[in-house]
Write a protein of this length. Structure first.
Length: 139
């Protein structure tokens, strides 16, 4: 069995951003040479997420609105975590809702998606360097 590891790096400009990373994951899969196996993609930060869904602007706005209702950023004093001097208590909760990682089957050298599925990086506390791990195992 072979193993391949690659990191993606993001420097988002906004606090909240959703980024389609499907093309980068597919490129890593091609680089790996693996034809059959599994591809893990995970956020390496506790205020960011990786998830699978549809690439549609209305849905992205729905996510932003929904997450802000569930875990609003302000007032920052509502989160005990922020008493430590942080201001990202909401980002930790948003990450918990959206998830840490995805695993996609690799079949015949391609990500084995259902209709409309794509991989996204969700940033909930942007403005600094963040990483995403791609780990592919198989033959």
């Amino acid at each position: 069995m072979k193993s391949y590891r690659k990191e993606l790096v993001f420097n988002t400009k906004k606090r909240f951003e959703l980024i389609n990373i499907t093309d980068q994951v597919e490129a890593a899969l091609r680089e790996s040479g693996i034809k059959e196996g599994l591809c893990l993609v995970n956020a390496m930060h506790i205020t960011a997420s990786v998830f699978i869904n549809d690439h549609e602007s209305g849905l992205w706005q729905d996510y932003q609105d929904w997450l802000e209702k569930l875990a609003p950023h302000a007032p920052i004093a509502q989160y005990r975590h922020n008493l430590t001097g942080e201001d990202n208590g909401d980002a930790h909760l948003k990450r918990q809702i959206m998830g840490r990682e995805v695993v996609v089957a690799v079949t015949d050298g391609r990500l084995d998606f259902g209709p409309w599925e794509q991989i996204f990086y969700g940033e909930f506390d942007g403005g600094r360097r963040k990483r995403v791990l791609i780990k592919i195992i198989g033959e």
